[in-house]
Design a protein. Sequence first.
Length: 213
Amino acid sequence: MKQLTTTMFLTLFLLAHSAYSQNIELPAPDNSGGIPLMEALNKRQSNRAFSSQALSLQDVSDLCWAAWGFNRDDKRTAPSSQNKQEMELYVFLEKGIYKYNAEQHMLELLKKGDFRKHAGLQDFVATAPLNFVYVSDLSKAGVERPEDITTESLIPSHANSGFMAQNVYLTAASKNLGCVIRAWVDADDLHKTLNLNPMQKALYGQTVGYREQ
C-alpha cells in the first residue's frame, strides 16, 4: 500500500509539473471571439506593472497566434515584407524558453528553467508571466553572410516586428491584459541565451500579463 501511494504521488507530481517542462501543444486559437476592433484600439495601452499570475494556456495560444500564426494557407496574421517570413517568435515562460512553431501551433522547448530576466532589462520582465522576443533570421530575407547584415537590411524586420507587436497589443486589450513592447533588450545576452546563429538578430521584447492592481 505504501509503495502504491508513493507511485501515485510521483505520477501526480510529474503530471502537475510536465505541462511546461516539454513541448507544449497549444489549444486552437479562439479567433472568433473578443471585443470589436475599434473598442480594442480604444483600450490599447502600454503597461509596466504586472502581476506574477500565470496566463491560461488559451491566452498563450491566442497571443502566439495573433503575433505570428497562420490565418490562411501559408499566410500569417502579420504582414511580412515580400512574404519573406523571416521573423521568429521566442516565448519566455516561468518554466522555460520556447520557440513558437506556427505550422503545428505549438511551443518547442529550448531550455528548461526560468530565464525571463534575460528577455529584457526592466525589472518587471523577470516576474511577468509571458515575454515574447522577436528575432529576425536574415538568411530567409536574402542576406547571404553575417558580414552582409546592415542597418538597411534590418529595416523590414523592424517593421514586421511592429506589426506582430500591434497584433499582440490588440489581443491583450481584448482580453483585458497589460502589455508593453520593449526595445530595451540586451541583444548579445539574448543571442547567447537563445543559442542564435550569426544570421539571427534579436530585435525587440514584449511583455504580457495581468496588470498589477
